[in-house]
Write a protein that binds this ligand. Structure first.
Ligand SMILES: NC(=O)c1ccc[n+]([C@@H]2O[C@H](COP(=O)([O-])OP(=O)(O)OC[C@H]3O[C@@H](n4cnc5c(N)ncnc54)[C@H](O)[C@@H]3O)[C@@H](O)[C@H]2O)c1
Length: 415
């Protein structure tokens, strides 16, 4: 049974703010902490600084009930949930500086007995690193009560919610909770029981860290297989979409769909944390990353071949987001493709269509041959159409508008 009544959530982004709001909505006194004072100000006003269905009403309700407050300073609390970014460095190792900064805010508040949960996606060993770091900042405390020092309880609980469904999946998903000690795991389990109706599965911290990474690597490896099939099929003159559809009729085969590469901040990032942890052993996982990361260059090559005979070609490029029907351009292979095409196109223009944004991202904004357009005018002007994202707007396009134009459909919506 949960005995924790006060929680500080460190990092009020896509993960931290929904978690803070749902805990507060279930009666816990929550302080959300963020280094970004604009974020803190919006939460204090009961507003959400980004788009996530239903989150706004949770935040507004919890703030008006005085269950959720926000601060740039970490307060004293019975439990801390750390949900700060874990990007990767240039060498693909994880950047844990945000986690350490969060720990420096927590350490002075500790008296012993607190629960500290790392929710950020992390390489195996990071929860131990967080625990060791906290104890190095507070040598009067321990992780296991040795030498009679009061202990703090440190656990990892990876987050697996899908943006767009976060408020539903926070409640319904099963969760994995891994403790540095069994007691830490049980305390964390009890806290999540406050709002989580899924099964809460208890393990050690390193296994919980790996479980999250393995889930995303599983998908990455499967997509790499599909992407490799798409390149082989193109060479052999076979329609890869039909090929996969036919193969998937086998009762034990389920090949995922190829695409222009793999994007987003999870599948394109997390497998590298496994590679960094076991570089000599994670050969398939590394190869999958490299296969998926090489797909944008293949798409660029195919697009250039397709317009090679045209002087100053105009290419309509449909989509920039990393997946369908969202506005998130982080780690998007479509953005990388436009950037590389822009550099390689000798004369000509890239007429980009992205219905979910109203301006080009920073990487493309300075390119003279890249501009943002509405769908139908871009297609009318184009010598060739390159489809990079399977947005519904593109699926609903009148196919007659494409008549006579060479198409490169990396998502298979027109095949
Ligand atoms: N967004 C997702 O769909 C998703 C899903 C599963 C796991 N994750 C993981 O959850 C973690 C957080 O991701 P996110 O999408 O919420 O990130 P985000 O960028 O949306 O939010 C992170 C927040 O942390 C704040 N921050 C940074 N350093 C801080 C510090 N020292 N103290 C307080 N606040 C600080 C930032 O200002 C920002 O508001 C990452 O490890 C990510 O990989 C994200």
């Amino acid at each position: 049974m949960n005995t924790i009544e006060s929680v500080a959530v460190i990092g009020l982004g896509y993960i931290g703010l929904p978690t803070a709001a749902i805990l507060a909505g279930n009666g816990i006194n929550v302080t959300g902490v963020d280094v970004n004072s604009d974020t803190v100000d919006s939460v204090r006003r009961g507003e959400v600084p980004f788009v996530e269905p239903d989150l706004a009403s949770y935040v507004a309700g919890a703030v008006s009930q005085h269950k959720l407050s926000a601060s740039t300073e970490t307060p004293s609390a019975q439990a801390y949930i750390v949900a700060v970014p874990t990007p990767f460095n240039a060498d693909h190792t994880a950047d844990v500086t945000y986690i350490k900064a969060a720990a420096r805010g927590i350490a002075p508040q500790l008296v012993g007995g607190e629960l500290i949960i790392l929710e950020s996606t992390s390489p195996p060993g990071t929860t131990q690193l967080l625990g060791d770091y906290l104890v190095s900042l507070r040598p009067d405390l321990s992780l296991d009560g040795v030498e009679g020092k009061p202990s703090i309880h440190v656990a990892h609980c990876p987050e697996r919610v899908l943006p767009g469904r976060i408020m539903i999946e926070l409640v319904t998903n099963d969760r994995i909770v891994g403790g540095l000690t069994p007691e830490a795991a049980q305390l964390a389990k009890a806290l999540y029981t406050v709002f989580c109706q899924g099964e809460i599965l208890v393990t050690d911290a390193a296994t919980a860290e790996m479980a999250k990474l393995v889930e995303n690597s599983y998908r990455d490896v499967n997509i790499a297989f599909a992407n490799e099939l798409s390149v082989i099929s193109d060479k052999l003159g076979i329609n890869v979409w039909e090929l996969i559809k036919l193969a998937n009729h086998h009762p034990r085969v389920n090949i995922l769909q190829p695409g222009p590469g793999v994007g987003g901040h999870c599948i394109a990032v997390d497998p590298w944390f496994i590679v960094a942890a076991a570089p000599d052993e994670a050969r398939l996982i590394r190869q999958a990353r490299e296969t998926n990361d090489s797909k944008p260059d293949w798409v660029v090559k195919k697009a250039l071949e397709s317009v090679g005979h045209i002087l100053s070609p105009k290419i309509a490029v449909l989509g920039l987001a990393f997946k369908a029907n969202i506005d998130d351009l982080r780690e998007s292979p479509a953005v990388a493709i436009v950037e590389r095409l822009s550099a390689k196109l000798d004369g000509g223009d890239l007429l980009v269509v992205e219905p979910h944004v109203d301006q080009l991202p920073r990487q493309l904004a300075g390119a003279a041959n890249v501009s943002l357009h509405a769908l139908e005018p871009a297609i009318a002007m184009a010598d060739m159409v390159l489809l990079l994202v399977d947005h519904d707007d593109f699926k609903e396009l009148n196919r007659e508008l494409l008549a006579g134009k060479p198409l490169l459909d990396t998502r298979g919506i027109w095949e």
